[in-house]
Structures are given as C-alpha cells and as structure tokens.
Design a protein around this ligand. Structure first.
Ligand code: LRH
Length: 460
C-alpha cells in the first residue's frame, strides 16, 4: 500500500496484493517466507518514487531463526502446525498459569511463540526475529524486535515492556537470541544498497510501526471516545477494548483474555475469536465458490438454528471445515447445517455470538463502559456479519475501514515525521476520511440471549 498522509488527508493506494499460502512439506506446515519477501520487493519496485518511509507489519507469534552469520535457519513454521500439540499443557503444568499470566499477561493459545520455541531446535540459533522484524532485517540489515509484536510471544514482561528474564530462564531458553526492543515510530534504518538498487528507492528509510497487524488495526479504529469495543476482523476476530493498564486478575486469566501491547503504550485487552478462518476454510473445501452470492443466500436462511462454539480449539488446524462444523452441531444435539448457505449462516451466527461474549466479558472484566463496537478489517465488508454482530451484542456496529491495518501502519510513520497527530487525532482523521457504515441492532434480543445461553454449556 502506498499512502498520502497530511492534515485532512489520508489516502491509500493498493500497489500490490498477493496470496499468503502456507505449504506443507514432509508433514510440517510452513510459511513461504521467501515468496512473501519476493512480493515485498516487487511491491516496492512498483511503488511511486519519492516515498518518505516504509513500515512492515504482519500476523503475530511466528518467527525465523538466524545463525551466527545472519542466515535464515530453516523456513518459518506456521502457527497452525501440529508441532505444538500438547506443549502448552506441559509448560502450563511445569511453570504454572499464575506465573505465566502475571508475567506476560497473555492469553493461553497453543501457538504463542513460547510454546513454538519449546517445540523447536534452537541449537544453532543466534537470533530470533518475528516475521515483520525478519522482513525489516532483510530490507535494512538491522536487527530488532518491535514491541507490539514482541508482546505476543509470551516472553515480554507486561509490567516493564522488556524481555522477561524470569520467564526466559524458567523455560530454559537462550536469552541471547532475543533482539533489542524498539517502539513504533522509531527509525530502523535505510534500505540496504543492494535492496535500494533492486527496488529503485535509494536511501528509503524503514520505520518501526505497530508491526503486529492487530496493533496497527486498533490504532486506526475511528473511535471518537474511549467507550468503544473493537473487532479486528479477518482470519481472526480480535475482540476487546483499549486500556491504559493491563488486567491480570484471576477472572481475566480464566476468561482467557490477553493484554497485548498497542501503539503509544496502550494495552489491547482482547480475546482471539476464531474469526473468518471458519468461513475461509469452508470456501477452500468447496473450491472457492462466489462469496457475495453465497452470503446473499445465507442471509435468507433462518438464523440461530445450527450453532457452534467458535472458540473450540478443534477448529484451529486446516482441513475439511464444513464436516467439522456439522459434527460440532451434532455433538451439541443441534441440527447440522445442510448445504453451503446453511453452513455459512451457522458460522456467521456463531461468530456473532462469540463477538457478543467477548465484548461483554472485556467490558465486565476491565470495567470499561462500551457504547459502540468498531468492526475493522476485511470482515467489515461482510454486511451480514456486521448486522448479526449488532443484533447479537445489542450495540451499534460501525464497520470500517477495511484497510485498518495499513492505515495504522502509515499513520505511525506519519506521526514519526510530524505529519499526523497522536492516537486521538489519527483516529479523527480516519473517521473523517474513510467510508464507514453503521449497523443498528434489529431488536431481536431475546432470541440472541437464548442462543447465547445454549452455547454457554460446553459441547460434550
Ligand atoms: C491476526 C493475528 C492475531 C494473532 C494471530 C496469530 O492476523 O496477528 O492478532 O493472534 O494473527
């Protein structure tokens, strides 16, 4: 994305879009990280000249390891790979939930970096770089760990914002592989001369942004006050509130809420909800049918009939999602969806219910009042999901911007150059310049309450 940012101006121009397809090799699921980097270079090559700076963000938790010469050791493994099966349970039993949560503030997800590292061979590793830091390293030659993304590893101390020596030693990890931390808005370095020559951007500076995509997305939520919940909705739905301080209570730990780092030292207090992954995997299983037509059909199907608990870890790995959705319904004694439209409706109703639960719990556990839900990211294009989320939560949903992550990324760069104001001003700029849609609850609260009560009982 190329952007133009200034007083009253915030424009994005899509330069290059490419798929990010995991590849299974010898039973392990990898990211094609060189393919991604090649596309980044192609994107830069197609970008207009005269850019002020560039920032890198990506999904969280995954990493590459470098050897002593700075070469990549093996291909980064996908967080949905099965190598972490059982690892989190073992570490939780060894170290204790209380210590893990009090130190890192992170929700328990089996793919958090700490559990991946425990399943990895670190014998030749000299440096650990999360994916955006790896791309920034290849672009500039500079090593570092951007803080918002580092907060998703499980190794960052939620109180100090520095690597937790305590956790690192308890887990027997080599502290020396953890790079120096850096904040969004700080310069990383200029493009390496060979990269500059190859892409045609001599001297272009790479600036640290909220390199966790969700941190950038939340920074671009067009909220006018602090009484908002957000749903950063794409492959995942990241649902929560923005706070000044972490919530580390036992109730919060048991509800599996996370305290991730946001830009400007804010806390992203949220839960990972399975998200549109459920739908994406259905579409993949069906050979990628026309989505708008399918959503229109799903909107006409009777709602709240077939329901799943979108938080069930059984939905994490790839593979035949329609069958897993149907089996889950049957286990609950609910009618299994028949056909594609019913399956899509089941997924979206269930996601809306998971959104509702996370919004209400985030508000209750943090004490933050919420009077509006901002749904940003690709999912904000899905009108049916936006309406169902308004209906389920009983709150107005403001949908958009679709490209919240890219906007948060460029706003962090603009702020570093004095071309944009602080978080509140940046949000006002997003609200004033980006197309947004408002969905109001349709007043069917009793049906949603009944459905929520039904799902509150765990599936057998
Ligand atoms: C969303 C996201 C999310 C993480 C997951 C691994 O893209 O970064 O915040 O939990 O990917």
């Amino acid at each position: 994305m190329a952007a133009r940012v200034g007083p009253g101006t915030l424009e994005l121009d899509e330069i290059r879009r490419f798929p990010n397809r995991p590849v299974r090799v010898n039973g392990t699921l990898y990211w094609d990280v060189l393919g991604l980097y090649g596309n980044v270079l192609d994107g830069l090559r197609s970008a207009p000249s005269g850019l002020a700076s560039v920032g890198v963000d990506s999904w969280a938790v995954d990493y590459g390891l470098l050897d002593g010469n700075g070469a990549l050791l093996g291909n980064p493994v996908h967080y949905r790979d099965s190598r972490t099966d059982g690892v989190m349970e073992r570490i939780r039993a060894d170290v204790g939930d209380d210590l893990l949560y009090q130190a890192s503030g992170l929700q328990f997800l089996p793919f958090n970096t700490i559990y991946q590292l425990a399943a990895d061979d670190l014998s030749r590793a000299r440096t650990l770089l999360l994916i955006p830091d790896l791309i920034a390293y290849w672009l500039t030659g500079e090593i570092g760990a951007e803080r918002t993304n580092a907060s998703t590893t499980g190794l960052l101390d939620v109180h100090t914002g520095t690597w937790s020596g305590d956790l690192v030693s308890r887990l027997g990890l080599p502290a020396s592989i953890l790079p120096p931390l850096r904040d969004p808005g700080t310069p990383i370095g200029a493009l390496r001369p060979d990269v500059a020559a190859e892409t045609g951007h001599p001297g272009l500076e790479v600036v640290a942004v909220g390199s966790h995509d969700t941190a950038s997305a939340v920074a671009a939520v067009p909220a006018a006050t602090d009484r908002f919940a957000y749903i950063s909705c794409g492959t995942w739905s990241l649902v929560g509130v923005e706070l000044d301080a972490p919530v580390l209570t036992e109730a919060s730990r048991k509800a599996n809420f996370t305290n991730e780092g946001g830009v400007d030292g804010t806390v992203r207090y949220l839960r990972n909800v399975m998200g549109l992954w459920l739908l994406q995997e259905c579409l993949r299983a069906w050979g990628d049918p026309d989505l708008p037509a399918l959503l229109a059909e799903a909107a006409r199907v009777p709602g709240l009939r077939s329901l799943i608990d979108a938080g069930d870890p059984g939905f994490l790995p790839p593979g035949d999602m329609p069958a897993r959705v149907a089996a889950h319904c049957r286990r609950r004694g609910l009618p299994a969806p028949e056909g594609r439209a019913e399956t899509v409706r089941c997924v979206l109703d269930s996601l809306a219910l998971a959104h509702r639960a996370a919004i209400r719990q985030a508000a209750a556990l943090s004490g933050r009042d919420v009077d509006v839900v901002h749904l940003v990211g690709g999912g904000s294009r899905n009108e049916l999901l936006c309406q169902l989320t308004a209906d389920a939560s009983g709150l107005p949903v403001v949908a958009g911007p679709v490209e919240a992550t890219a906007l948060g990324n460029v706003l962090a760069q603009a702020r570093a150059r004095g071309a944009a104001g602080g978080l509140a001003e940046s949000r006002a700029l997003v609200a004033a310049t980006q197309p947004l849609r408002r969905f109001v609850p349709s007043g069917d609260a009793a049906r949603w309450d009944a459905a929520a009560a039904l799902l509150a009982v765990p599936a057998p």
